[in-house]
Ligand binder design. Sequence first.
Ligand code: FAD
Length: 210
Amino acid sequence: MRTLDELLAAGKVERDVPLGPLSTYRRGGPARWFLRAESSDDLRIVVPDDVPVLVLGRGSNLVVASSGFDGLVVHLPSSSAGLVIDGVDVDAPGGCPLPLLARRTAAEGVGGFAWYVGIPGSVGGAIRMNAGCHGSDTSDVLVAATVWHLHTGVEDRRGPEGLDLSYRHSNLTDDELVLSASFRGVPSTPADEESAMREVTRWRRETQPG
Ligand SMILES: Cc1cc2nc3c(=O)[nH]c(=O)nc-3n(C[C@H](O)[C@H](O)[C@H](O)COP(=O)(O)OP(=O)(O)OC[C@H]3O[C@@H](n4cnc5c(N)ncnc54)[C@H](O)[C@@H]3O)c2cc1C
């Protein structure tokens, strides 16, 4: 665990980083401080209470003010490193892209995740808002999330009830970061899941604006 002061002294935190290019809407000013995390160890940091924090996943559900963010932005690596599929049990890092989670589970014949193929966010972002579509929600497949509190350095693990997941809602606060999550799917076949992903993609093309 490292403090913001240690990270600043080590040159690990960048200053005045434009946030627009990191969001789908490509708008918004700079972050005062920006931590480009490369691994989950980089994410276990403690930030003073008076420094606002913003956890940034894939930026697909974020509108950044033109004045930027006067605090620390913690950017998760957009990677499937650490994604483990064991039978129908799936462990995924918080920054794992949802379409990748859908494709990797499909390839292993694990059902329950195909609908993620059309959502351009990350695992952590999906848990924060209990993302869903096509009749499914994140709460349907989530077993538990490992959550790091950026202001206290306390880590805890919460299931769907502990996260108070309901329609597009969780009780995660701005200073809580999803490090990783465990999911449980259902037995299926790669062919059935490929077909389910094709159907989701077709449905989204026909019904969704973007
Ligand atoms: C074209 C398009 C289609 C979409 N379709 C759907 C849809 O069908 N269903 C749906 O539910 N949503 C949809 N979304 C919204 C969005 O993709 C989801 O909400 C997604 O889960 C957000 O993930 P993200 O990583 O992009 O989050 P970000 O935009 O980076 O952040 C959004 C919020 O989540 C928080 N957050 C991000 N990562 C973490 C983390 N690791 N730990 C804690 N908090 C975190 C951020 O602090 C912020 O409050 C769509 C968006 C677009 C642009």
